[in-house]
Design a protein around this ligand. Structure first.
Ligand code: DAT
Ligand code: MG
Length: 154
């Protein structure tokens, strides 16, 4: 049985510079997911290291940190049934070249290191909660009911 949960999503600096913030938000909204937190911000070195800690030591790590700290991002928390897995499906594969058309990375990306969007890993238990608390304080998240929720869920 799928549960309603919160997941962390971020439009990366390439997505911000390419004017894709609205497009990403639209897709998640249209799907029925509920926005419960959002922040336009620039990530500093420390936060980048914490957020991408699992990749520390890999050949692409320094480039990844340079990129993610280079310009603003839009950090968000989205809520809904099975939200983490659903967002990952909407994002596509890590490499845009492997992502199906219709996915965000498959429609808007070409290069592995410029893949527009981040979403918590659904195969890493607790990644969503961990990333949410890295970027947001509890009082920055809003409990509210979308007007159409009775029509989104059985
Ligand atoms: P995802 O963003 O799909 O969760 P990930 O957690 O494995 O993928 O990697 C984080 C980001 O690091 C990814 O969005 C792009 C970058 N990245 C991953 N593997 C890479 C590689 N082999 N070369 C360059 N960048 C890479
Ligand atoms: Mg990941």
């Amino acid at each position: 049985m799928s549960e309603r949960e919160r997941t962390f999503v971020m439009v990366k600096p390439d997505g911000v510079n390419r004017g894709l913030v609205g497009e990403v938000i639209s897709r998640l909204e249209d799907r029925g997911l509920k926005l419960v937190g959002a922040k336009f911000m620039q990530i500093d070195e420390d936060l980048a290291h914490e957020h991408y800690g699992e990749h520390e030591g890999k050949p692409f790590f320094e480039g990844l940190v340079d990129f993610i700290t280079s310009d603003p991002v839009v950090a968000m928390v989205w809520e809904g049934q099975d939200a983490t897995r659903q967002v990952r499906k909407m994002m596509g594969e890590t490499d845009p070249a492997e992502s199906a058309p219709g996915t965000i990375r498959g429609d808007y990306g070409l290069d592995l290191g410029r893949n527009v969007i981040h979403g918590s890993d659904h195969e890493d238990p607790g990644a969503n909660e961990r990333e949410i608390s890295l970027f947001f304080d509890d009082d920055e998240l809003v409990d509210w009911e979308r007007e159409d929720e009775t029509w989104l869920y059985e």
